[in-house]
Ligand binder design. Structure first.
Ligand code: G16
Length: 545
């Protein structure tokens, strides 16, 4: 069987390539929505080839720009078991997206078929979901043309969170097998989470209301629906910033990224001591928690805190349940706070592995453990259980009431925690289940360790691709000389640490700094921003002092 060149050319003509160079970033292609039409069409072509490569298994495509502003959009590709697209295929994606003529496009497709030895007579099935961005619908139409140009089938699941699309992909590929992951529907997703949550919290005193900032994105309707299935008896949730009808509000002065970067509360909250709050991002795959202490000071519980809470709780259960040979590990990135890493290594005595930024890197590292918790400090993460661990939880019989209860909670956690990708709704319930089990406040959770003061900044430069990060993003190989200059500055600060890396989702270079006091962290970040801006191609406004 061969590709129908005339069909590809005919449909490609509806999605002409612009004079833009596209890069596959941290989470797929992401840029201004108005230059994405041809890219998404070509992602449709690639998704068909990926599905054929997997002998007709379902491939997921999520149209989203997550934490970015409303005018951006992007695409994330999902493998059959729910992981991010295999990294070996990112190069093909880039080649297809940048092919400058029909002939070049067909040659790029042919190259994938030959290199990957794809049997074109295989079926191809693609599913698509999108966030609330106004550009999403037209991009789904472009994707549909791409899928159909290579004879694939496509099902549009409409508005979904990113993790829901990952969940659906895995459910569809495993239904009817011993590894069935769940009912492949949005309601099935809510029911699975709610049932697992109930198994952990029933009989325990309910916590006070959790106020959730949904960033005016897809997390808002999803959380409303989840709350309905959960019922008020189990968890009282108040959704704030849930205006999805006003596109400009998406992630504006709200959401997990805003709260983490600015270390302050989002719009829409009259924050009082004792209130329990959390923020999702624009596609509901990140979550951070926050509260005001007794003095009214804003306090953030980020991905590092979530990871340590989860790892400690699960380790405690494994010990109580006396399940043998379960190794627990944690995966972090350079953004992990120095205190968090020290707490994990020295107090929890859990091994830590570092990877570059991007869930695609962390996820695979976490798979190496029986229980692998991975979280980026920005709130993106989950806890993975190996098949061996899940089997052990099911085959172990508790000899005491305490052992049996610990086993039941472990089993429920394997259903509650999304095994495909970081999921803000699943993580919300995981944290609430743990805190309910422990009868614990946000302040008490926060007291486990104190974060070193830190600052995260962005610098706009002429070409961020001139910056090359190495050693899990902790150092720069390029531009030449910059790393030495950063090192000289860092050496002047007590507990100083700073690194620079090009963002893979925004047209900026990110600068992170940590030091003994907030003033020093701010100062170090400012000095490094100035270095980048003045000597390495800064554009626009100079970072303020
Ligand atoms: C994506 C990735 C995350 C990453 C974030 C920022 O998140 O999935 O792993 O931390 O981008 O990446 P960068 O610093 O390269 O811009 P999201 O929530 O935007 O999809």
């Amino acid at each position: 069987m061969t590709m129908d060149h005339s069909k590809i050319t005919e449909l490609s003509a509806k999605h002409p390539k612009l004079n833009v160079s596209y890069t596959y970033g941290t989470a797929g292609f992401r840029t201004k929505a108005d230059v994405l039409d041809s890219v998404i069409f070509r992602v449709g072509l690639l998704a068909v080839l990926r599905s054929k490569k997997h002998a007709g298994k379902v491939i997921g495509v999520m149209i989203t720009a997550s934490h970015n502003p409303a005018q951006d959009n992007g695409v994330k590709l999902v493998e059959p078991m729910g992981e991010m697209l295999a990294q070996s295929w990112e190069q093909y994606a880039t080649e297809l997206a940048n092919a400058s003529s029909d002939d070049a496009l067909i040659a790029a497709l042919q190259n994938v078929v030959e290199k990957e030895q794809i049997d074109l007579s295989n079926e191809a099935v693609v599913i698509v979901g999108r966030d609330t961005r106004p550009s999403g619908e037209a991009l789904v139409a472009a994707l549909t043309d791409g899928v159909q140009a290579l004879g694939g089938k496509i099902t549009d699941y409409g508005l979904t969170t990113t993790p829901q699309l990952h969940y659906l992909t895995r459910c569809l590929n495993t239904q009817g097998t011993p590894d069935a992951y769940g009912e492949p529907s949005e309601q099935g997703y809510y029911r699975k989470l709610a049932e697992a949550f109930k198994r952990i919290v029933s009989g325990k005193p309910k916590l006070s209301t959790i106020y959730v900032d949904a960033a005016n994105g897809i997390g808002a309707p999803a959380l409303h629906k989840l709350a309905k299935v959960l019922t008020d008896d189990l968890l009282s949730v108040q959704v704030v910033n849930d205006d999805t009808a006003t596109p400009t509000k998406l992630n504006h002065q709200s959401g997990a990224d805003f709260v983490k970067v600015n270390q302050k509360k989002p719009e829409g909250f009259d924050l009082k001591p004792g209130m329990r709050c959390a923020s999702l991002d624009g596609d509901a795959d990140r979550i951070v928690f926050w509260y005001a202490d007794n003095a009214g000071t804003f306090k953030l519980l980020d991905g590092d805190k979530i990871a340590t809470l989860a790892a400690e709780f699960i380790m405690g259960l494994v010990r109580k349940a006396k399940v043998p040979n379960i190794n627990v590990g944690l995966v972090q990135t350079a953004y992990a706070n120095g205190s968090a890493t020290a707490y994990v290594k020295d107090t929890l005595k859990v091994p830590v592995v570092f990877t570059p930024t991007g869930v695609k890197h962390l996820h695979h590292a976490a798979e190496e453990f029986d229980v692998g918790a991975y979280f980026e400090a920005n709130g993106h993460g989950t806890v993975l259980f190996s098949q061996q661990a899940i089997k052990a939880f099911h085959s172990t019989t508790g000899k005491t009431a305490e052992e049996t209860e610990a086993l039941e909670i472990l089993k429920a956690l394997t259903d509650l925690i999304n095994q495909t990708v970081g999921d803000a709704l699943s993580d919300l319930l995981m944290v609430e289940a743990i805190l309910t089990s422990q009868g614990r406040s946000l302040a008490d959770w926060d007291s486990a360790y104190s974060d070193l003061p830190s600052r995260l900044e962005k610098v706009k430069v002429q070409n961020r691709l001139n910056f090359e990060a190495i050693k899990a993003d902790t150092e720069l190989a390029k531009p030449e000389g910059l790393q030495q200059k950063i090192n000289q500055q860092v050496a002047k600060f007590k507990h100083g640490r700073s690194f620079v890396r090009p963002s893979g989702t925004e047209d900026v270079v990110r600068v992170y700094a940590e030091a003994d006091t907030q003033e020093n962290a701010d100062l170090l970040a400012n000095i490094v921003c100035g270095l980048v801006y003045d000597q390495y191609g800064g554009v626009g406004e100079r970072p303020a002092k």
